[in-house]
Design a protein around this ligand. Sequence first.
Ligand SMILES: [Zn+2]
Ligand SMILES: [Zn+2]
Ligand SMILES: [Zn+2]
Length: 129
Amino acid sequence: MPKSLSLLAQCDLANRSGTGCAWCGDELPKRRRTWCSDRCATAFWTNHWWTLARRAARRRDKYRCKRCGHKPVGRAHPSYRKLRKTDRLEVNHVQQALGDHRRLSCKHHLQNLETLCLDCHKSVTRSQR
Ligand SMILES: [Zn+2]
Ligand SMILES: [Zn+2]
Ligand SMILES: [Zn+2]
């Protein structure tokens, strides 16, 4: 069984009935084995693969810090290059991911992610310890 499928067996977001699309449960078109459509495949990856999940979380949070509402300066800003080291957004796992960043994991579900500015991320990480 491919790794993604063993993960699906425990995933709260997936269709675990054993029939139909492994994401939405719709009937599978001919020649499709796991997902009914590319959309469902993408939804799966977006919620389980860190690089994609992180990007999706930022987009969902409208590129603002979820706690304080801070929005870093954009590329067009004259001091962007100087500021981006300290003035940027990071994505935090509400339930900590620990070593799972490089793995497919249900910890990367979008509902477990929040976009934070550096300051908020620091204070959240401190309180998570
Ligand atoms: Zn589907
Ligand atoms: Zn903040
Ligand atoms: Zn999952």
